[in-house]
Design a protein around this ligand. Structure first.
Ligand SMILES: *Cc1c(COP(=O)(O)O)cnc(C)c1O
Length: 493
C-alpha cells in the first residue's frame, strides 16, 4: 500500500506525545480501568492542542469549493439559488419536530402545506394531480413509469412493453424504463438537436407504452417538434413521460401538460430550493394528467368540505407507496417557501436563466465549437473538438479552470456531443460574474492554442492534482490508516 496523496498534514501527523487540548477537572470518583476488550492499540488518538484542531479543520473547510464562494456552472445539475431563509423555515420546530405517526388532527398545518404545494406543482405542470412521495428525480421517473404501466394494463394494453427514449436523455431514463420491465428503444437526435417526428412515427406501434422526453432536452434546447411528437404518440396509443429536471427553463412560461405531456417529474432540489450536490436528500414530486391520477401512489394530501386536511388513501388503482411516510418533508417545506416567495414572478427565474445561458453562448462561441447553433434554454452545450485537435481535451480544460478559481462545468455529457462542455450559469449570476467566468474560459482556450503544456498539467494550485476519480467513487479511502507509513518517512530511511 502506498500513502494517500496529500499536501495538507493529517491531524495524526501534528500529534506530539503528551500534548492535550482539554483540561479535565480533578477526579472525584474512584478510578477504574476500561475493560481490555474495548481497548484498541491500533487506534491511537492524535495528541494535539485545541488550536491545532481548530486550525486544522478550519483550513480543511476552506479547501472546498462551494456555491457560497463562487460560480458553479455545472450543467444538468442546476446548482442554483437556495435562499438561506428557506433553511431557517425548514428548521422551524413546528415542521422539523413533527412525527409521521402523529394524528392528522395534530399536523393540520403540515398536511395543508403539502396539499397546497401539490396544487402549485400541478398548476406549473399544467396537469391534474401530484404526488410528493418520490425522493429524487430518478425516483419520480420510476413512479411515473409505473403509473404508465399500470394505466396501460388497466385499459387492456398490457402488450405495450416497449418505451422510446431519445439518445440525448439522461442515463436515468433508460434505466428507469428497464427497471419497470420495459424494453428500451433508442431514438436518434437530428442535426438541429431535435427529436424527429419521423423517427417517432417509425417506431410508434401497439407494442410501445410510451415515450420519455426531456424538455428542454439535455442539450439545453427546446424540442421544436414537441406538439407533433405528442400527436403521433397519442394517436398510436402511447403516453408521454416528460423528464422535468430542466423545468427552471420554462417555469410559468410553458406548461408541459399543455404541450401534450402526460406525466412530469420535478427535481425539487434542482428547481425549487434545497441545496444539492452533496448527494441528497432530494425530492421528485411527480405530476400526472387526469386519467392517470387514480394510479398515483397513495395517500395524497386532501381537504374536506369543512376545511380539514387529511390523508386520502381511497385509491383502489394506486400503484402503492413508493416511499416510507410522506417524502422528504424538509425539501417539501423549502419548495413551498420558494414558490410562495416568488408567486407569479416565478417566470422571472426562467427568463433570467435563459438570458444568462444565451449570454454565455454569445461570449464563448468564437472560442469553442457550438454543435447546435441556435438559441439555447437554461444551459449551453459546447464541444472542445477544436482544442482536442491541438491535443488539449475537455478534461484538461476543466482542470485548468480550477487554477483560476472557477468550478468546472459538466463535461462529456450529453454523450452525443464529442468533448462536451455543458455550462449552466443559472439565473442568479450577475453580468459581472458571468463576464469573469467567460474571460477565464476564453483565456484557457487561448492557452490551449499557445501553451498547451500549462493546460495539460493543470491544476497547479489545487492541493491534489489529477485523481483517479472512478477509484475515489468506487473505493473511497475515508479513514486514516496508522499502518501507512508517510512517503517522507520512507524517503529519509
Ligand atoms: C438530474 C437529472 C435526473 C436525475 O435526477 P436525480 O434527482 O439526480 O435522481 C434525471 N434527468 C435529468 C435530465 C437530470 O438532469
Amino acid at each position: 500500500m502506498i500513502a494517500p496523496q496529500h499536501s495538507e498534514p493529517l491531524l495524526y501527523e501534528l500529534s506530539s506525545p503528551g500534548r492535550t487540548g482539554i483540561i479535565l477537572p480533578a477526579l472525584d470518583v474512584p478510578q477504574t480501568s476500561l475493560p481490555e476488550e474495548y481497548l484498541r492499540p491500533d487506534l491511537p488518538l492524535p495528541e494535539v492542542s485545541e488550536i491545532d484542531v481548530v486550525r486544522h479543520f478550519t483550513r480543511l473547510s476552506t479547501l472546498n469549493y462551494a456555491i457560497d464562494t463562487g460560480i458553479y456552472p455545472l450543467g444538468s445539475c442546476t446548482m442554483k439559488y437556495n435562499p438561506k431563509i428557506n433553511e431557517d423555515v425548514a428548521r422551524y420546530p413546528g415542521f422539523a419536530l413533527l412525527h409521521p405517526y402523529q394524528d392528522e388532527s395534530t399536523v393540520q398545518g403540515a398536511i395543508q402545506l403539502m396539499y397546497e404545494l401539490q396544487g402549485y406543482l400541478a398548476e406549473i405542470a399544467g396537469m391534474h394531480s401530484v404526488t410528493l412521495q418520490p425522493a429524487a428525480g430518478a425516483h419520480g421517473e420510476l413512479t411515473g413509469m409505473l403509473v404508465i404501466r399500470a394505466y396501460q394494463r388497466h385499459i387492456g394494453q398490457g402488450q405495450r412493453t416497449r418505451v422510446l427514449v431519445p439518445d440525448s436523455a439522461h442515463g436515468t431514463n433508460p434505466a428507469t424504463a428497464a427497471m419497470c420491465g420495459f424494453t428500451v428503444t433508442g431514438l436518434a437526435t437530428d442535426a438541429r438537436g431535435n427529436l424527429s417526428p419521423e423517427a417517432v412515427e417509425q417506431e410508434m406501434d401497439e407494442t410501445v407504452a410510451g415515450l420519455m422526453l426531456t424538455n428542454p432536452s439535455t442539450l439545453g434546447l427546446f424540442e421544436e417538434h414537441i406538439l407533433e411528437v405528442a400527436e403521433i404518440v397519442h394517436r398510436r396509443g402511447g403516453l408521454i413521460y416528460c423528464d422535468g429536471a430542466n423545468m427552471n427553463a420554462m417555469l410559468g412560461i410553458a406548461k408541459p401538460g399543455e404541450l401534450g405531456m402526460d406525466v412530469l417529474h420535478y427535481n425539487q432540489h434542482k428547481t425549487f430550493s434545497t441545496p444539492h450536490g452533496g448527494g441528497g436528500p432530494g425530492a421528485g414530486a411527480t405530476a400526472v394528467v387526469e386519467k392517470l391520477a387514480p394510479f398515483l401512489p397513495a395517500p395524497i394530501a386532501a381537504r374536506r368540505a369543512d376545511g380539514a386536511y387529511y390523508w386520502d388513501s381511497d385509491q383502489p388503482l394506486s400503484i402503492g407507496r413508493v416511499r416510507s411516510f410522506h417524502g422528504n418533508f424538509g425539501n417539501i417545506v423549502r419548495g413551498y417557501a420558494f414558490i410562495r416567495a416568488y408567486g407569479s414572478n416565478l417566470r422571472d427565474i426562467s427568463f433570467n436563466a435563459v438570458l444568462n445561458a444565451n449570454y454565455v453562448q454569445a461570449r464563448l462561441r468564437g472560442a469553442y465549437d457550438l454543435p447546435y447553433d441556435r438559441y439555447c434554454k437554461h444551459e449551453v452545450v459546447f464541444s472542445g473538438r477544436r482544442q482536442a485537435k491541438l491535443g488539449v481535451h475537455t478534461l484538461d480544460i476543466a482542470k485548468r479552470l480550477i487554477d483560476y478559481g472557477i468550478h468546472p462545468p459538466t463535461i462529456y455529457f450529453p454523450h452525443i456531443v464529442p468533448e462536451a462542455i455543458m455550462i449552466e450559469p443559472t439565473e442568479t449570476e450577475s453580468r459581472e460574474s458571468l463576464d469573469h467566468m467567460c474571460e477565464i474560459f476564453l483565456k484557457v482556450a487561448q492557452e490551449a492554442a499557445d501553451d498547451p503544456q500549462v493546460v495539460l498539467s493543470a491544476p497547479h494550485t489545487a492541493p491534489v492534482s489529477r485523481l483517479d476519480e472512478v477509484g475515489a467513487a468506487r473505493r473511497p479511502n475515508l479513514r486514516y490508516f496508522p499502518e501507512i507509513v508517510p512517503v517522507e518517512a520512507i524517503l529519509t530511511k
